[in-house]
Design a protein around this ligand. Structure first.
Ligand code: ATP
Ligand code: AH0
Length: 365
């Protein structure tokens, strides 16, 4: 066996997804999966750390220590479902929590304390996967397209994998074996912020609240005028750009709108920006497979299907045998596997890096 654990805590700031996976023989066999939600106060602190604040160096370090404790809990929860022990696992690949993403300034920061995680779980930890790609001139994101190619690619067919997390990103797995991909813009991040502000709920389950509203064409047009959407790839984004103040600035220029109509418009924004990106960059795609939490939003999925048209089959990655909420954690297990084999983790055609690089840094157990 070739066992790895992948841990992902993404831009939605909801919690940690963990998977235990066996890469023996070139396959990716999931042995166990676990989810460890963030306590409310840690979520609030991680949200606050997304922008400058008082004493943020110390606050970041303390939040990183608490994160490492939750990561260790998630590792224990995956192992507890199997006969496997820590000593059976070759490495944990851990993403950390993005608190800044500024590749144009030469850095991206995923806060974490991988040394503490190695200490707590007694397994080699591989962390900080994005910095090397940025050092090589790349965006440091998205990294999942290389894994999507490995797991879901099929010669002779063009498929797209669309992750709808806080931010949305696509991997276009072209029929000729090449792969492209980039962040298309907001996934759930704005919808979550808006329903949080108006209804005190963390997300719009199945898009039920959005379904009670109507899309506001003028607002949708003004949101889609954001220059990011028209930028050529390579490109990546995050909460640094798509945050509530960005939305408020657009709203301020238009007549007052009912909150439920704004929610409907934000849902539409995610669907339209994603569909446009797919149609422009993978016009030959006959199938789009969605992963990430957005796959659970029926209103969003129906809007995406409508925008893509009948010629494109829209399914979740369940149709390819992988649960949508496990794909990103699997990708970080795979990146740890690539690190251990000293194989490249990035795709320069996606990130814009000068070349292929081994990604990550090792914290031995
Ligand atoms: N039942 C549901 N209905 C609607 N939306 C849902 C549902 N379940 C989860 N989501 C959405 O999915 C989000 C979490 O998605 P996911 O875990 O894929 O994001 P992430 O990994 O944190 O983000 P990223 O991929 O940008 O790093 C939630 O914040 C919520 O908006
Ligand atoms: C900087 C950062 O954390 N980026 C995330 C984010 O969440 C989705 C999208 O934006 C993607 O670019 C990336 O995550 C996935 C795992 C990636 O690197 O492919």
């Amino acid at each position: 066996m070739s066992l790895y654990i992948g841990l992902m805590s993404g831009t939605s700031l909801d919690g940690v997804d963990g998977v235990l996976v066996d890469f023996w023989g070139g396959a990716a066999r999931t042995m166990a999966a676990a989810y460890t939600p963030f306590p409310d106060d840690l979520r609030a602190e991680l949200m606050a750390l997304q922008s400058a604040g008082d004493n943020e160096l110390e606050r970041e370090a303390l939040a990183a220590n608490r994160l490492a404790g939750l990561y260790a809990q998630c590792v224990a929860a995956t192992l507890a479902q199997t006969e496997m022990k820590a000593a059976d696992v070759r490495a944990v690949g851990v993403h950390g929590q993005t608190i800044r993403h500024r590749p144009e300034l030469g850095f991206t920061r995923q806060t974490n304390n991988p040394a503490l995680l190695a200490e707590l779980c007694g397994i080699d930890v591989v962390a900080d996967f994005r910095s090397r790609d940025v050092a090589a001139g790349g965006q440091g994101a998205p990294l999942v397209p290389a894994f999507h190619r490995d797991l879901f690619g099929q010669e002779g067919r063009t498929r797209v994998v669309a992750n709808i997390g806080g931010i949305a990103n696509i991997s276009a797995l072209h029929a000729d074996g090449t792969t492209t991909g980039f962040d298309t813009g907001p996934g759930n991040v704005l919808m979550d912020a808006w329903i949080g502000r108006h209804q005190g709920r963390p997300y719009d389950a199945d898009g039920a609240w959005a379904a009670t509203g109507a899309v506001i064409p003028a607002l949708l047009a003004s949101l889609l005028a954001e220059p990011y959407f028209a930028l050529p790839a390579p490109k990546s984004t995050g909460r640094d750009l798509f945050h509530p103040a960005w939305l408020d600035a657009q709203l301020a220029r238009l007549p007052a709108a009912a909150p439920r109509d704004v929610q409907a418009t934000l849902t539409e924004l995610t669907a339209v920006s994603l569909a446009r990106a797919i149609k422009q960059h993978a016009p030959r795609a006959d199938a789009v497979y969605v992963c990430g939490g957005g796959a659970c939003n029926g209103v969003l999925m129906r809007a995406l299907a409508r925008e893509l048209g009948d010629a494109v089959k829209l399914e979740t990655t369940d149709a390819l045998g992988v649960a949508p909420n496990r794909v990103e954690a699997l990708a970080f297990a795979w990146l740890a596997f690539r690190f251990n084999e000293r194989l490249a983790g990035n795709l320069p055609a996606v990130t814009g890096a000068k070349g292929e690089r081994v990604l990550g840094a090792l914290y031995p157990r």
